[in-house]
Design a protein around this ligand. Structure first.
Ligand code: GLU
Length: 324
């Protein structure tokens, strides 16, 4: 009897809106280790959907930084900006299922109606445009182009309760109607929503393991739901801790002094950075210098689980460490 073993296929999915910082590098390292330690593969996808945030040179620099760290990929790069026709087909399929409706709410109307308990910065859509008549739609269309929203099942409909086992955060259950409500698949300016593009791409690129920062844990239920509707098998998810500045602010591309450009300009070796990143989750001793391959035998999701709280990064002391 032969058994088929499915090897993990992960991805790097950077948004090219700035230079990579240590937090991005940490997520990328964990994604690579998780796939490669199980003889899996990696896909590179540049998430450049939003034309307002498009900087072609950052895409190239991000890939260069990953390569410099020793993180490789087996397929790609794919550019989301070149895949609009594919996303449009998926939207049409959802439209054919009767699940899409136009939404004319402005940003300020949405914010004014935000439910107080909406988690992770996602607002809970109140359904304002859910039941507009064709006449109302025609009239409102004269004023502004609509966004497109996906109808989620009512709270008491079991299809809208999504459960999955996160590789780091364990069992998760979310009732879509309580957490986010009907969500966007296309913005009013025609830009395809992240949630839709990511689901379509992960499925078509054969990605079966999504490893990314824990700020996206709350997106996984929406993505699992969308995957089911489109007839795809949802990937497994592993959300890794975020690197945060003192005060709890998530490290972002604004933290220039901790980005790879600054660290490389300081003459820091990639092995020193990889070792430091690994030491944050107990996979290396402080001061160890390592290539990603050296970590393959040490990678273990249990170690990540044991360190799943945000990792506090004080820029001054980190820079001091790298200068030494
Ligand atoms: N493009 C997103 C980012 O750079 C990641 C999306 C994902 O991993 O699903 O934050």
């Amino acid at each position: 009897m032969s058994t088929t073993v499915t090897l993990p296929r992960g991805r790097f999915a950077p948004t090219p809106s700035g230079r990579m910082h240590l937090g991005n590098a940490f997520s990328a390292l964990m994604a690579w280790l998780s796939a490669k330690s199980q003889a899996g593969s990696m896909v590179m996808r540049i998430e450049d959907l939003d034309p307002r945030a498009k900087h072609a040179d950052y895409a190239q620099t991000l890939m260069d930084d990953l390569g410099w760290l020793g993180l490789s990929w087996d397929e790609g790069p794919y550019y989301q900006s070149e895949r609009y026709a594919i996303y449009q087909k998926a939207i049409e399929r959802l439209q054919d299922m009767g699940l899409i409706y136009p939404c004319f709410c402005t940003r300020s109307e949405l914010h004014a109606a935000t439910a107080p308990h909406a988690s992770d910065g996602t607002y809970l859509y109140q359904g304002t445009c859910r039941n507009l008549t064709p006449g109302q739609v025609a009239q409102k269309s004269l004023v502004r182009p609509p966004a497109l929203r996906l109808r989620v099942p009512d709270a008491n409909d079991p299809r809208g309760t999504i459960s999955f086992d996160d590789l780091c955060f364990g069992h998760q259950t979310e009732v879509l109607a309580h957490e986010c409500g009907d969500f966007l698949v296309r913005r009013s300016d025609g830009v395809v929503a992240y949630q839709l593009a990511v689901v379509v791409d992960d499925a078509l690129m054969g990605v079966n393991q999504v490893v990314r920062g824990s700020d996206l844990l709350g997106s996984s239920a929406r993505q699992t739901y969308l995957a089911r509707l489109l007839g795809y098998e949802a990937p497994s998810y592993g959300h890794v801790p975020l690197l945060v500045a003192p005060g709890g602010r998530r490290l972002s591309k604004r933290d220039r002094d901790l980005d790879l450009g600054a660290l490389r300009a300081m003459g820091v070796r990639p092995e020193r950075i990889v070792g430091w990143l690994a030491s944050q989750v107990g996979m290396a001793e402080p001061g160890e210098e390592l290539a990603p391959e050296d970590l393959l035998p040490r990678f273990d999701w249990e170690k990540v689980q044991a360190h799943h709280d945000d990792i506090l990064v004080d820029a001054e002391s980190v820079l001091e460490y790298f200068r030494a």
